[in-house]
Design a protein around this ligand. Structure first.
Ligand SMILES: [Cu+2]
Length: 166
């Protein structure tokens, strides 16, 4: 015998509506986290997959500490809208990392401790896969925020699977 329960269809619709509203709020959160750099944020004509404008502090200059002549090392702020290889927004935590620069960028003006705003492009099929395409020095008294890890959507899962230190 086939049992038909009249409540099944409305229950399904309610569940669907709930799922849709969850998906919608997730989308809104994602959009809110995306970099809002105006024409700084997107540079589609360069062939890059993504471009991000970020602030940071120079921690090593070209030739220092294992860097090549076209790289600098930057302690950068978090990049909440960072898109991973699979196209998902995973975010990038604040960290210190080397950045190769495009040929057009003059790194010779920079010194350790300089506060900067820079744009880097990501091209997943290129080598290097990312490079700086713009650098602007910020006033030395600029306050940078290196502590926004909890806002990164891609980091929550990592944090939950990491063993808790004793
Ligand atoms: Cu990074």
């Amino acid at each position: 015998m086939i049992q038909t329960t009249p409540d099944t269809a409305p229950a399904r619709w309610r569940r669907l509506a709930m799922l849709l509203s969850i998906a919608l709020s997730a989308l809104l959160v994602t959009l809110a986290c995306a970099p809002s750099g105006g024409d700084d944020g997107a540079q589609e004509d360069s062939g890059a997959d993504q471009a991000y404008t970020v602030r940071g502090e120079v921690t090593a200059t070209p030739g220092q500490n294992g860097l090549t002549e076209d790289q600098i090392r930057i302690h950068h702020e978090a990049v909440p809208g960072f898109v991973g290889y699979d196209g998902e927004v995973v975010g990038m935590a604040s960290m210190t990392m080397p950045f190769p620069a495009a040929d057009s960028i003059d790194l010779g003006e920079l010194a350790v401790g300089d506060k900067i705003e820079f744009t880097f492009e990501v091209n997943w099929d290129a080598s290097p896969g990312y490079r700086i395409t713009r650098i602007k020095k910020l006033p030395p008294d600029t306050e940078l925020d290196f502590g926004r890890r909890e806002e990164l959507p891609g980091e929550k899962e990592v944090a939950e699977t990491e063993p808790t230190p004793p």
